[in-house]
Design a binder for this molecule. Structure first.
Ligand code: AGP
Length: 606
């Protein structure tokens, strides 16, 4: 979704703003623009990539130490130069950049048109600039405050005035916004990587914060302009965390980081051979009374929740369901104080997920967040947050976050099972031993990534794929299929292996590829039979199977063996070959892997 950067200091703002935008490219966008206050207030913006904007800027002189910049992911109006941000007010004295959606923009627009205003774009954002101008009487902060009283919807905005060269004003409501605190200079951005080269002192704003940014200070106010304080946090990210570090793409780098991610997600959660997730701290009487468990999320995080459903049902013996957030929140599900809802989100800012979380809380459920981004909205609003510690994930396709989500879900379920007396010590010992072996097993898969790229080179023209599996392997098949479609644009479906013959088998021809995942021991012979059904229709089959299951060689065209690990933990490492299949398929097609078409990293609209 849109990316926002703002700078005020003693340096030339333009290169800092462009650098910041590039570090937010992962969010997904289709146009970019910049506004600089120098002798005058200038705006340059263009459809397409930041490279197009840089090309356009070659013929311009934009000098100034105060400015804002934006990457737009179109919601209202097509992606073109005109609809790109920043947007001027009618007199061109004020500019605004915005991430989010103004839900009552049509009413405001009609009202302003009625008063004689003329608009230039199709966007919802433009009304913000016009509204601020309506209220402007020489003090930008006061005008912004009055405008926000009228705006409905979600917004992180930054506002500049031609007449106030020593400040800019920003507001956060339901869209992410942080500040980087520098020495004689300050920054705001949608996300931390944008400011990482300049400062590690970060403020994460809360909903409703109105922020007055000066060179030497950042003043924060509530909606009535009462002064408030927010903590400045020193973050320990290294700049390399947000760089490709020699990898061709962020996605590949992030897959290769997975062994480390597996270790980090476990840190502090296995002590003296015992599983412990101290963040939970729920009252044991409450825990014993839980009547049902939900896993609610979107996309990849939802697929981690599908895994959670199988695991929770098995170890807690409590009814468990996984549901996509956009369905859950509008379905009126039966939930109450005895319902435990896991909210899973890498970014912690996904609008549907946030709304589902609020819905669950309003209906009395307890919520546990499984979140990557520290201080994000989900992290702040859940009853208990468990961070996955995967580090910044830049590629739009989520990979290492999935691995960490699944692992943290497993640790949490095992810990809850212990707390309610359903995990005997011998079983816990076995699980801990297996958990400790995962990092090396993940490494060994990654060392064999050329096996995957070789295989993909033999099927790179394929147009139809099915991912099949049973039980937790089915959860994996959903994720494998999503990965392939989102970055390689090859049509892919994840199916329960037993369901193929109930319809999709009609589509299987010699030009189809079926990726059969078979690591769930009790049902592996059943999946084998399903593979035979595909082979009888002359479909190609790549099996992703557990080491030692040699029968697979006899039926599948190719087999990628994953190291032996207990069934319940298998998804943590078995997803790696699936992610690599998607990566190499997209690479063989020469696609923009880190920024697939039409997608955004953080989906902050419904
Ligand atoms: C994953 O590859 C996708 N880009 C997408 O499905 C993502 O997982 C989904 O939008 C949820 O995001 P979140 O984890 O940040 O909430």
């Amino acid at each position: 979704m849109c990316g926002i950067v703002g700078y005020i200091g003693d340096k030339n703002a333009l290169p800092i703003l462009l650098d910041g935008l590039k570090r937010l490219e992962y969010r997904g966008y289709d146009s970019a623009g910049v506004a600089i206050v120098g002798d005058d207030l200038r705006v340059i913006k263009t459809a397409g990539r930041i490279a197009n904007l840089e090309e356009r800027l070659k013929s311009e002189t934009l000098i100034g130490t105060l400015g804002v910049a934006h990457t737009r992911w179109a919601t209202h109006g097509i992606p073109n130069d005109n609809n790109a941000h920043p947007h001027f007010s009618e007199s061109k004295n004020i500019v605004v950049i915005h991430n989010g959606i103004i839900e009552n923009y049509l009413e405001i627009k009609k009202m302003l048109i009625h008063e004689g205003r003329t608009f230039r774009t199709e966007t919802d954002t433009e009304v913000i600039a016009y509204l601020i101008e309506e209220f402007y009487e020489g003090d930008l902060l006061k005008a912004v405050k009055k405008a926000t009283e009228i705006l409905e919807g979600s917004y992180a905005i930054a506002v500049l005035s031609k007449d106030e060269k020593d400040r800019f004003v920003a507001v956060r409501k339901d869209s992410p916004l942080i500040a980087g605190v520098g020495d004689g200079e300050n920054f705001i951005a949608s996300d931390i990587p944008a400011v990482l080269p300049y400062t590690k002192d970060i403020i994460i704003f809360e909903n409703g914060d109105i922020v007055d940014v000066r060179r030497d200070r950042i003043d924060i106010y509530d909606k009535n302009l009462n002064s408030i304080k927010r903590t400045v946090q020193r973050i320990d990210w290294k700049i390399e965390d947000a760089q490709k570090s020699g990898f061709k793409h962020f996605m590949l780098k992030e897959i290769f980081e997975e062994p480390k991610v597996i270790r980090e997600a476990m840190r502090g959660r296995i002590k003296n051979g015992e599983i412990e997730v101290p963040e939970i701290m729920l009252d044991s009487e409450y825990l014993k009374g839980i009547s049902q468990v939900y896993f609610v999320a979107c996309g990849t995080a939802y697929h981690a929740g599908v895994y959670g459903k199988y695991l929770a049902e098995k170890y807690l013996r409590i009814p468990a369901q996984a549901e996509v957030a956009s369905e859950f929140r509008y379905r009126n599900p039966v939930i109450d104080g005895r319902t435990l809802v896991f909210i899973i989100s890498q970014s912690g800012e996904t609008t549907d997920t946030l709304a589902a979380l609020r819905f669950a809380k309003e209906h009395g459920a307890k919520t546990i967040g499984i979140v990557n981004v520290v201080g994000s909205s989900v992290a702040r609003e859940v009853n208990k947050v468990i961070y996955i510690h995967a580090g910044p994930e830049i590629a739009v396709a989520s990979t290492k976050a999935y691995v960490a989500q699944v692992e943290v879900i497993a640790l949490t379920i095992f810990y809850l099972a212990k707390l309610i007396g359903k995990l005997p010590k011998v079983q816990e010992d076995l699980i801990v031993k297996e958990l400790m072996s995962l990092e090396d097993k993940a490494k060994s898969i990654i060392e064999r990534s050329s096996e995957i790229s070789d295989f993909v080179s033999t099927v790179k023209n394929i147009e139809e794929t099915f991912y099949i599996g049973r039980n937790m392997d089915f959860a994996l098949s959903l994720e494998g299929a999503l990965k392939l479609k989102e970055i390689s644009y090859v049509h892919a479906e994840g199916y329960p292996a037993g369901e193929l013959k109930h319809g999709p088998l009609a589509l299987v021809t010699p030009n189809s590829l079926v990726i059969a995942i078979s690591t769930f021991t009790p049902l592996r012979d059943k999946t084998l039979s399903n593979i035979k059904e595909v082979k009888a229709r002359r479909g190609k089959v790549l099996a992703v199977a557990r080491e030692g299951y040699e029968n697979m060689n006899e039926v599948a065209d190719r087999v990628f063996y994953v190291p032996k690990v207990m069934d319940d933990l298998s998804p943590i490492i078995t997803v790696i070959p699936l992610q690599l299949i998607a990566y190499y398929m997209a690479e063989s097609r020469g696609l923009d892997i880190d920024k697939p078409r039409n997608l955004a990293k953080s989906v902050t609209v419904e």
